[in-house]
Write a protein that binds this ligand. Structure first.
Ligand code: UDP
Length: 197
């Protein structure tokens, strides 16, 4: 079996490299539907036990990754054996690295404006072939959603990186899934803070 179920949530038994490989194929296939990657941390798994709307967001996702060593260890106790952790932050670094070779484009949503700006600078210095099509801080009101969604839609990035914190990022991505016009969207928590330093 190539899936480990943890409290009902299916985690594919994939390494980091295999995960990047799958996302590379998603980019190549040019499907019109957005591919949602959920970085499955213990908090999300626990919330899914009582929150049916979050549960259906996770069930509809293209991929759930093992976000943290806790998830990997639980999988071993249950005999499911996930090969390694694939955290949002590590995955983002790997995607920037691969994107630097493949010239992928990104839009970054989330973190405060100074952090977002600094992270974009660091990324464009470190990965010069990655194109940052746009960015927006993560402290906006719901009435700003339409403007932000429209901006992302018109830019049509390969990757929409949503650093709003879990599970807000997952809900936001799911809510606008059909409008975002990104190939892949991933909620990554505090990764932009890490990159900005
Ligand atoms: N954040 C945001 N808007 C908000 C709340 C949080 O952009 O309304 C950002 C915050 O600045 C940080 C990230 O979301 O960069 C949350 O990081 P955290 O590590 O707390 O996320 P988690 O690991 O819980 O998903």
């Amino acid at each position: 079996d190539n899936v480990a179920k943890i409290m009902g949530i299916p985690f594919p038994k994939m390494t980091m490299d295999q995960t990047v490989q799958v996302l590379d194929e998603v980019i190549d296939q040019h499907k019109s539907e957005l591919f949602h990657v959920v970085t499955g941390n213990p908090e999300i798994v626990m919330s899914c036990q009582h929150d049916q709307s979050l549960r259906s967001i996770v069930d509809e996702a293209g991929l759930v990754t093992a976000d943290g060593i806790g998830i990997v260890m639980v999988s071993r106790l249950k005999g499911g054996h996930l090969p390694e952790r694939v955290t949002g932050c590590d995955l983002l670094f790997k995607l920037l690295e691969a994107g630097n070779h493949k010239k992928w484009s990104f839009y970054f949503l989330g973190a405060d404006d100074a952090t977002s700006k600094r992270a974009a600078e660091v990324i464009s210095q470190t990965y010069p072939n990655v194109s940052i099509l746009g960015r927006h801080h993560g402290f906006f009101k719901q009435e700003d959603d339409a403007r932000i969604v429209q901006e992302i839609q018109s830019l049509a990035p390969d990757f929409l990186i949503v650093a709003l914190g879990a599970p807000y990022a997952e809900r936001w991505i799911h809510k606008y899934k059909s409008k975002l016009n990104a190939k892949i969207a991933i909620g990554v928590g505090g990764s932009l803070d890490v990159i900005a330093g």
